[in-house]
Design a protein around this ligand. Sequence first.
Ligand SMILES: Nc1ncnc2c1ncn2[C@@H]1O[C@H](COP(=O)(O)OP(=O)(O)O)[C@@H](O)[C@H]1O
Ligand SMILES: Cc1ncc(COP(=O)(O)OP(=O)(O)O)c(N)n1
Length: 268
Amino acid sequence: MRNYKVPTLTIAGSDSSGGAGIQADLKTFSAIGTYGMSVITAITAQNTQGVLDVEDLSGKIIRKQIEAVFNDIYPKALKIGMVSNPEIILEIVSTLKKYNPKFIVLDPVMISKSGYCLLKKEAKDSLIKHLIPIAYVVTPNIPEAEEISGQKINNLEDMKNVGEKILNLGPKYVLMKGGHLEGDAIDVLIGKDTFEIYKENRFNRKNTHGTGCTLSSAITSHLALGYDIFESVKLSKKYITEAITHSFDIGKGVGPVNHFYEFEDRIE
Ligand SMILES: Nc1ncnc2c1ncn2[C@@H]1O[C@H](COP(=O)(O)OP(=O)(O)O)[C@@H](O)[C@H]1O
Ligand SMILES: Cc1ncc(COP(=O)(O)OP(=O)(O)O)c(N)n1
């Protein structure tokens, strides 16, 4: 069910190499078939080999971007990615509260795969106290869930327990991603009366830049298109698995996942 007129929004950082951040989000929105809009929170100088530098935008211009979008094209669903400092987090929360969006997908980005800290240490408390409670679904990977909860995660049982702890912070659902564990790629969705497992084979691929950004934007798109949370996660898990399977070599480091493999036959 594609409907390119259904508006979706990403509030996130820019990745100059196009594999993660805003760029991955907009590619995902387009590939799934929604109308993507963006609010940029930070500019990263980044490529497939790592993050070289970051400049945060001011709270003021972030607020103005959100207002410009909402006062004109109200998104059906939005995602939040990199928000690196407390001022940015507080500005986003207070501005979004004026518009009361139904579906906020929060990807609590902390450290890039290349090891760069995208969330400043002093921002962790604001993320936990102010941003997580307004989310419809939070999508931490294992290290992020450990950082948020202060608990170590080694297996599915730990994922469930920690997921419940994060749920108590106030979001409606927690989708804990198991990409950082060994074995099958297992994600779990935890809600008040919900415990769902989404399992796919693990594919041994070098090029996995942008997996987290892509999964959260896929969920955002599916929620915007009217799917419930269970179908949205199921379809998005399929989407990221295919995108990883078809990921490709570009640049000298960890290349991106592939959003457009379906169209490759048409490229001359
Ligand atoms: N090698 C892999 N094969 C298949 N799925 C994977 C692989 N690595 C990650 N995934 C999946 O990709 C999504 C993103 O997961 P993860 O890598 O944990 O997040 P992040 O990019 O935020 O670190 C999850 O659905 C996870 O299960
Ligand atoms: C600007 C920006 N935002 C987020 C990330 C993290 O992306 P993620 O999808 O978690 O994947 P990796 O980049 O860690 O592979 C990023 N790198 N840049």
